[in-house]
Design a protein around this ligand. Structure first.
Ligand code: KG4
Ligand code: ZN
Length: 354
């Protein structure tokens, strides 16, 4: 069964063809990062317009790369939330028109279900129950998928999402957008001991399996103020990080990354050790799963708890960031269960909602 996935929830326009919910025949992603960079973040209006412009060519490219025409497609899966309302409307409108014109069934998919299903793509060894840490720009959630494919939310962020914290701290440090990859880049090669000495930040503690990043973000803010005070005797304005010395920025970025990664790893490891029913496979997904230090920390934690490294699924870069293959995979599963009938755009949609 061939599913055409369409994803436009934020700043990537993407279309993909996936066979039987597992095998990727194509996964075309047109990133709008260059369009939004000058604004330091995603401009919703620009994103929506750009999706409308790009969708026809992106869908054509996905079909062409897959070597399958629209006449071979059995199902259309489209993200209907969460995300930016105008961006979601662009994707859902396009997908509905296509489905209507071709008389194809269509399912509305939660972007979160999509991220979760990225664990199943290119990973034939996934066994249920599956424990997934989703760390993206908008969400930080620990979810257990049981033997029946039912989700159980084990923990979630109480304030900022992990990616949001990376993006905000990067802005304070005068680094570019999106901030996560920039922090990852400048922190590479910096010793954590040196970083914590030069820019000490407290370890994050949250009871249970929830997450919190706002305290860490505030600690970075105070640390920068102190540093500015030592230098110029005045408070550093937000965004004035561009004036900071690059060596100092690298130390601050590495110190922040260390604490953020440690917190994600701690909660993930605790969930893996205590989840009932016990997880047989672990997965780290979402844009922040691209972080090199987080990948290493989570791989080590998986080995500690599960006794073997191959119990962990770490999707590659295209599957971590927003893409339509994961939407097609989630849509395929939803359709098989008779769900996904609603196509109502919902910017705050949650898990598996139909
Ligand atoms: O999953 P995603 O592409 O979009 C959302 O659904 O939000 O995640 C984007 C987020 C951004 O906050 C970005 O800064 C973060 O993922 N990110 C990273 C890295 N690459 C992307 N964060 C930390 N380290 C990275 N290497
Ligand atoms: Zn996402």
């Amino acid at each position: 069964m061939l599913t055409l996935g369409i994803e436009t929830s934020c700043d990537e326009t993407s279309a993909a063809v996936v066979e039987d919910g597992r095998e990727i025949l194509s996964n075309v992603v047109s990133s709008q990062v260059a369009l939004h960079r000058d604004f330091g973040g995603v401009v919703p209006e620009l994103a929506a317009r750009s999706h409308v412009e790009r969708l026809p060519a992106v869908v054509d490219a996905a079909l062409e790369t897959a070597g399958r025409g629209l006449d071979r497609i059995d199902l259309i899966a489209v993200t209907r939330g969460p995300g930016l309302v105008g961006a979601l409307l662009a994707g859902v409108g396009f997908a509905r028109a296509l489905a209507w014109e071709r008389g194809l069934p269509i399912v509305g998919v939660s972007h979160l279900d999509g991220h979760l299903h990225s664990a199943f793509l290119e990973s034939p060894g996934v066994r249920l129950p599956l424990l997934v840490l989703i760390a993206s720009g908008g969400h930080t959630e620990l979810v257990l998928m049981d033997d029946n494919g039912e989700y159980r939310l084990l923990g979630r962020t109480l304030d900022d999402a992990a990616g949001e914290a990376f993006d905000k701290v990067a802005r304070m440090l005068g680094l570019g957008y999106p901030g996560g990859p920039e922090i990852d880049r400048v922190a590479a090669g910096v010793s954590v001991i040196d970083a914590q000495k030069a820019f000490p930040l407290p370890r994050i503690h949250v009871d249970g399996l929830d997450f919190s990043f706002s305290g860490l973000k505030t600690a970075v803010r105070y640390g920068l103020d102190r540093a500015a005070g030592r230098r110029a005797g005045q408070r550093l304005d937000p965004g004035a990080g561009a004036m900071l010395d690059p060596g100092f920025v690298a130390l601050a970025a590495a110190s922040f990354q260390h604490r953020a990664v440690e917190h994600l790893r701690d909660q993930f490891q605790a969930a893996a050790a205590t989840a009932v029913p016990a997880a047989r496979t672990l997965a780290l997904v979402g844009g922040v799963a691209m972080n090199s230090s987080l990948r290493a920390a989570v791989a080590a934690a998986a080995e500690r708890v599960m006794g073997r490294r191959d119990a962990l699924v770490l999707p590659g870069p295209t599957l971590c960031t927003d893409n339509a293959a994961m939407i097609a995979a989630a849509g395929h599963a939803l359709h098989a269960r008779g769900g996904g009938r609603s196509l109502a755009v919902d910017p705050s949609l949650r898990w598996g909602a139909t």
